[in-house]
Design a protein around this ligand. Structure first.
Ligand SMILES: Cc1cc2nc3c(=O)[nH]c(=O)nc-3n(C[C@H](O)[C@H](O)[C@H](O)COP(=O)(O)O)c2cc1C
Ligand code: SF4
Ligand code: SF4
Length: 281
């Protein structure tokens, strides 16, 4: 049994990032590490406990879906809330919907370095685009597949191998996660959840169609919905579309959703990022 702990902290509205997190946890426990997994959607008080426990020699795998070229804010907030932990290791992971992984890995690594952690690696995992659940041929269809998940396993083993080499293997080179072209980086600066939110919200609500089933409340990863006569939204929405997706009677709907797929396809030429899983170690 290893002395050090592997922490796996992630946010995953549609479940793909969770699937990667579970694969990392499997590799870590197979390698004999104690594993602590934390889903940032669970709203538990464990967040502060985990933030305070990560210490020298521990490995933190922090994961997020890419939203509008960036990590989801709750994941960055988690990293920002860490104390300075010299000697602890970090390895960010992202899943992206075959459009662009943006600057998410780089931003997470930069934050981990600000906390004096040693970044040992990062991985971007190609995934089905979570906004396109109604599509027959969504971007990233069938991903991550077996090959992607094998790459995730290799990544976990490589990171743990570097950590157990006790610093001798060295951190990831400074620029390794800076893989986007300059114009994509510029576009990412102008993008973000705060930019797309006003374009995608508010959703339309049809109170008469609501059966009070509660599925929207259960599936909202930010506890943003309360049920009155129908769903009532607070302001913590990350536009994951879970509530629209699970509401079978269609009491929650989006006018813009039907136009999103065509719009995303138009952007592919600009981003030119292959729908591939790539590990940087
Ligand atoms: C609001 C929103 C924004 C997204 N932005 C991007 C993006 O910029 N690039 C991309 O390739 N995929 C994007 N996606 C797709 C997700 O990154 C992808 O489907 C991811 O695997 C979802 O992870 P999850 O299943 O853990 O929620 C976006 C999805 C949503 C809902
Ligand atoms: S999922 Fe739809 S039907 Fe169920 S409580 Fe929410 S709004 Fe009402
Ligand atoms: S309100 Fe709906 S779209 Fe917003 S975070 Fe909750 S489930 Fe996702």
């Amino acid at each position: 049994m290893n002395q050090q702990t592997v922490y796996i902290v992630y946010f995953s509205p549609a479940g793909t990032t969770r699937m990667v997190a579970q694969a990392l946890a499997h590799e870590a426990s197979t390698a004999g590490y104690p594993v602590v997994s934390l889903d940032l959607a669970s709203r538990s008080t464990d967040v502060k406990v985990v933030q305070s426990r990560i210490s020298k020699g521990d490995i933190l795998f922090a994961g997020t879906p890419v939203y509008a070229n960036h990590p989801v804010p709750v994941v960055m907030d988690f990293l920002a809330g860490l104390s300075e932990t010299e000697g602890a290791y970090a390895a960010p992971f992202v899943t992206f919907g075959a459009v662009s992984s943006g600057v998410a890995l780089r931003e997470m690594a930069t934050m981990a370095k600000e906390k004096k952690m040693t970044v040992l690696g990062g991985i971007k995992v190609a995934a089905r685009h979570s906004m396109l659940w109604q599509s027959d041929a969504p971007l990233g269809k069938g991903r991550p597949d077996e090959k992607d998940m094998a790459e995730v396993a290799r990544f976990a083993q490589a990171v743990m191998g570097k950590a157990s080499a006790d610093g001798k293997a060295g951190p990831l080179p400074e620029d390794a996660l800076n893989y986007q072209r300059q114009e994509v980086q510029e576009a990412a600066k102008a993008a973000g959840l705060h930019v797309i939110k006003p374009m995608l919200l508010p959703f339309d609500v049809n109170i008469d169609a609501c059966t009070q089933c509660g599925l929207c409340v259960e599936n909202c990863p930010t506890a943003n919905i309360t049920l009155e006569e129908g769903p009532v939204f607070a302001d913590r929405c990350v536009v994951c579309f879970n509530c629209v997706r699970v509401c079978e009677p269609g009491a929650i709907s989006s006018k813009v959703l039907p136009f999103i797929e065509a719009d995303l396809h138009k952007r592919l030429d600009f981003f030119r990022e292959p729908a591939e899983t790539v590990a940087f170690v």
